[in-house]
Design a protein around this ligand. Structure first.
Ligand code: BTN
Length: 336
């Protein structure tokens, strides 16, 4: 999509009335045929544009797409999303972002797609990525920190997601589930998948991939009982570009804070919104099953568990299975 298309759209957005072809030609310095071509391109993207002889063109309905045309005017960030690659369809935005990283794309580059044909979650699980409904995006970072610190960024991103959702939807109480999920009313709303390229003491780049179930209503059978979407919880259609702009702004602030002060400033709030706090869980760590009651996260980002013998154990990474809720109810919920 080029700058002229954006200019045509901006003129149409500026009024509820018709904008004459002559006015558009004059303002943009292009021919009538060129204006018509731009309008056609916008229509192909889903914009509903009425045209009437002697009156010109009128924007009837915009699109709920996380494209550059929609996101651009909403971005308040200094860096995140300033380089933005939108694809109507791609395999996986994480794979695309990794490719851009190898081609020296700058920190803050965002890849976003309307649909993914090979969307991936943790442990190579499939990520449900139908078109027209949700957000699938990946953020390229180049933090100058030791590689072992980077798993903390999944926690920072999870909290940033909870903060932005809480601000946009004051009635909702999103919860962060260690290490990389966001839950709403007991169901999974969003997942975070981080990938890194590093040397022993240097991070080359890091990709944070985020999938948020925004307007979806139907889920595949395997997640039908455990997943939810914002639309399902609020009863309203949610603007994907507005949500993405809000999340990127929150992520940028949180990332800068983390670079400067580490995870410490996040721990208290993270534990306040923790989905697992007080739950009895087992964590699969390599070949071991660790069982205990979740206390929260430590300043390192590790999950703190109180074991049956009273000792506190810190887990750096693993798959969590909830055995019993805080209220003692048996849940046997999975971490997917
Ligand atoms: C998980 O919960 O297992 C993590 C899911 C991460 C999904 C997102 S969607 C955008 C990005 N592209 C991918 O292929 N995966 C992530």
């Amino acid at each position: 999509m080029n700058a002229t298309t954006e200019q045509v759209l901006n003129h149409l957005r500026a009024t509820d009335e018709y904008v004459s072809g002559t006015a558009l030609c004059g303002a943009l310095g292009i021919s009538r045929a060129a204006v018509w071509k731009q309008v056609q391109q916008l229509r192909e993207q889903g914009y509903e544009i009425a045209s009437a002889p002697n009156r010109g063109y009128r924007l009837v309905q915009g699109v709920n797409l996380p494209s550059a045309l929609e996101l651009g005017p909403l971005l308040t960030t200094r860096c995140f999303g300033q380089v933005l690659k939108y694809a109507a369809e791609t395999g996986s935005t994480n794979a695309d972002a990794a490719e851009l990283a190898r081609r020296d794309s700058p920190e803050g580059t965002v890849v976003v797609a309307d649909t993914q044909t090979a969307g991936r979650g943790r442990l190579q699980r499939h990520w449900h990525s139908p078109p027209g409904e949700n957000l699938y995006f990946s953020l390229l970072l180049r933090p100058q920190v030791l590689p072992e610190r980077t798993p903390q960024l999944a926690l920072v991103a999870g909290l940033a997601l909870c903060r932005s959702l809480g601000a946009l939807f004051p009635g909702l109480s999103p919860r962060a589930k260690w290490p990389n999920d966001v839950y709403l009313n007991g169901r999974k709303l969003a997942g975070i998948l981080c990938g890194m390229s590093s040397e022993m003491e240097r991070v080359r780049h890091l990709i944070i991939g985020i999938g948020i179930n925004v307007n979806g209503g139907e889920f595949p059978p395997e997640i039908a009982d455990t997943a939810t979407s914002l639309r399902r919880e609020t009863g309203e259609e949610v603007s994907r570009p507005q949500l993405l702009a809000a999340v990127l702004a929150e992520l940028e602030g949180a990332y800068c804070e983390w670079l400067e002060n580490g995870l410490a400033p996040f721990v208290e709030q993270w534990n306040e919104v923790s989905y697992l706090a007080g739950h009895e869980v087992t964590v699969e760590v390599m070949n071991e099953q660790v069982r205990g009651t979740v206390l929260g996260i430590a300043e390192s980002g590790a999950l703190r568990l109180r074991q049956a013998n009273g000792t506190v154990r810190e887990i750096i990474g693993g798959d969590v299975h909830v055995l019993r809720g805080k209220d003692g109810r048996t849940l046997f919920a999975d971490s997917e």
